[in-house]
Design a protein. Sequence first.
Length: 243
Amino acid sequence: MTENSILPKDCDPMGQAILDYQTTGKASTLKVLSTMFDDDEMSVPYLFRTEESFPKLERVALGMASGRVLDVGAGAGCHAIALQNKGLDVTAIDVSPLSCEAMRMRGLKNVQCVNFFSPMFDERFDTVLMLMNGTGIAGELENLPNLLRRAASLLADGGKILIDSSDLKYLFENEDGSFDIDLNDKYYGEVDYQMQYRKVKGKPFNWLYVDFPMLKAVAEDCGLKCKMVEQGNHYDYLAQITK
Ligand code: SAH
């Protein structure tokens, strides 16, 4: 995907699943394929989760959100809606026109179908939320500085980025506690995915999971501050990044 682009409607399985679920109350299976793992599926109702079913890290992130908030890659808008209901001023962005349509139907007031990396999007926020593996849209480790600098450029004075990810190291752990990770290979958190919903097959894309020490090192290289806010139950964590 180039930096300005949004998804074509006929090539957006997740968006189609979200819009179906929004309009009919049900959806078919949303398949997640990867060359690295067995075929899997993503729960569409999970994308519509509410306050009671947010995982701990997401609850903490929402509790810390303040002022003008940007929800990046908002999907079905679950976090944006929770914050709007609390009276916060929230803007939700997503590259999926179908997801954006669903979010508007759900009553979100500020929805923009725009790529996070597009320079056309130029506003300032007190909180930039990047949740459900927010580092994912960097795709590759090499692009992480770009993602962090871009998020930082959208911050108002005193603003913060709240971003979650996981250390995928556990996937490569042997029974004896050693790790099957080739340090000469690409970074182990770079995963390729392709999604399929009914007959709609999306383009393959890369999705980055990054361990906390790496996120902190890259953020500091970019001249940003990065601190661990909270650890989850499964190698996942929430971090806060500030200027
Ligand atoms: N944050 C939501 C959805 C996560 S799925 C939740 O927690 O439920 C990731 C979302 O990011 C998808 O809706 C996808 O369309 C969107 N996305 C991926 N790349 C993006 C980009 N470059 N700019 C904006 N949105 C993006």
